[in-house]
Ligand binder design. Structure first.
Ligand code: MN3
Length: 420
């Protein structure tokens, strides 16, 4: 029985994870749940799943939940998320929204919990810190993002490890027979340049649906409405990630996410726009062989794989029919001039240090302002670029330093759009 803490249990990923748990009560139990504002949904979930602990957005909601469930451990606020992240469990599903996922993930990893990661901002802002701690604690970081789950599946048995890393450390084991005795010598070979390691992977082909504005010109996007931007052609998701898909910042964030999950340099990650969303990503190996992971667009596949790793789960649903769907699988290059966010993300990755933190913080602030009707759609990429240009590049070493840079980037983005 796997004990699962679901952070963000009332969101799109969280509710689908609970559906999987509901249908597999012999395998999983939800021991912790968290929400930010949908307390009514959370209360229903508590009634059904009887968790040991929950965390909510604020103290009033916490009091309300505690009154109804006197034996339940109830936390609240940002501190509550970090506290509940340390609870006794086997795996933490992080489906929180934005940078709020970073500190709880860091806490869960430091407690040795495996992570099913649906919160890409954690790796965008804290990739170096988080992956280093995973290695130190021997924690598995299992991707829930559909593309990264696809890459992970392509890599399994092909040089990838449980952590999904595509590149191996330069290790060689030599068996030396000396005077009848066997000695195992682990030789660590540090090659010139430090990173010339064994590389089974030539390229990662990261697929993208292209979002609702694929094929448009910049001018055609200037006056798009919130409703148009929220109308994603293939995936039903939360509003922040749906706007990120419309600007294609989502794909930029995913390039950075892939860089950290699989330890692959950015110049080996190629975005392929694939509007049918059947191929969820591919890996090209050093011998030219390409392995793709395919399936109907259904987030329950990556969620269940992460929760039930290393085994697959029996999921009811339609099979992919290649006689109808397979005849129209198309791929095109993304229009980087129109979707500026892609280049901004590659630039942030190249600059390193605080650059991805700044980009991510400015983006979160601007997406929230767009959703509130305060700015136009193209203000998002245009302002992110300005904030990135004007903020000094630093090298944050702790979660607190990252969160401080995030706050400053948000503040500058908000000031910049109100000063126009
Ligand atoms: Mn994705």
């Amino acid at each position: 029985m796997k004990r699962i803490l679901i952070m963000g249990s009332t969101g799109s990923i969280g509710t689908q994870a609970l559906e999987i748990i509901r249908n597999n009560t012999d395998k999983f139990t939800a021991v912790g749940l968290t929400c930010r504002s949908r307390v009514d949904s959370l209360i229903e979930q508590i009634r059904e799943f009887s968790p040991e602990a929950v965390s909510v957005g604020n103290s009033e909601d916490a009091a309300r939940v505690q009154a109804e469930f006197p034996d339940l451990e109830v936390y609240y606020g940002d501190e509550g998320l970090v506290e509940i992240a340390g609870m006794e469990c086997d795996i933490v599903l992080n489906s929180l929204m934005g940078i709020s996922g970073l500190a709880p993930t860091y806490k869960a990893i430091s407690c040795g919990r495996d992570i099913a990661l649906a919160n890409k901002e954690t790796l965008v802002a804290g990739g170096a810190l988080v992956t280093e701690l995973c290695r130190e604690k021997g924690v598995k970081l299992l991707p829930v993002d559909s593309e990264h789950s696809a890459i992970f599946q392509c890599l399994e048995g092909n040089g990838g490890s449980a952590c999904g890393r595509a590149y191996r450390e330069p290790e060689q084991t030599l068996n030396i027979n000396r005077e009848g005795a066997h000695f195992n010598l682990d030789l660590k070979i540090n090659l010139k340049g430090g990173r010339q390691l064994y590389r089974p992977v030539r390229r990662i082909l990261l697929t993208a649906s292209g979002g609702p504005f694929r094929g448009r010109t910049i001018e055609e996007m200037r006056n798009v409405t919130i409703q148009q931007a929220l109308n994603h052609p293939k995936w039903s998701m939360g509003s922040k990630i749906t706007i990120d898909s419309a600007t294609m910042m989502n794909k930029g964030l995913e390039v950075i996410e892939a860089r950290w999950l699989f330890d692959v340099p950015a110049d080996r990650i190629d975005i392929h726009v694939h509007p049918e969303s059947i191929v969820h990503s591919m890996v090209e190996f050093c011998d030219g062989s390409v392995i793709a992971q395919m399936g109907l667009p259904d987030m329950k596949i990556p969620i269940s794989l992460a929760l039930n790793y290393p085994d697959r789960l029996d999921l009811p649903g339609d099979s992919l029919d290649f006689f109808t769907t397979g005849s129209a699988l198309t791929f095109e290059k993304p229009d980087r001039k129109v979707f500026r966010c892609i280049d901004l993300a590659y630039a942030a990755l190249e600059q390193g240090g605080s650059a991805p933190v700044v980009m991510n913080g400015a983006n979160e602030e601007l997406v929230a302002m767009f959703l509130a009707g305060k700015i136009g759609f193209l203000d998002i990429p245009e302002t992110i670029e300005k904030v990135m240009d004007r903020m000094e590049l630093t090298s944050p070493k702790t979660v607190d330093e990252i969160l401080e840079i995030d706050r400053e980037a948000r503040r500058r983005a908000a000031v910049m759009v109100s000063d126009r």
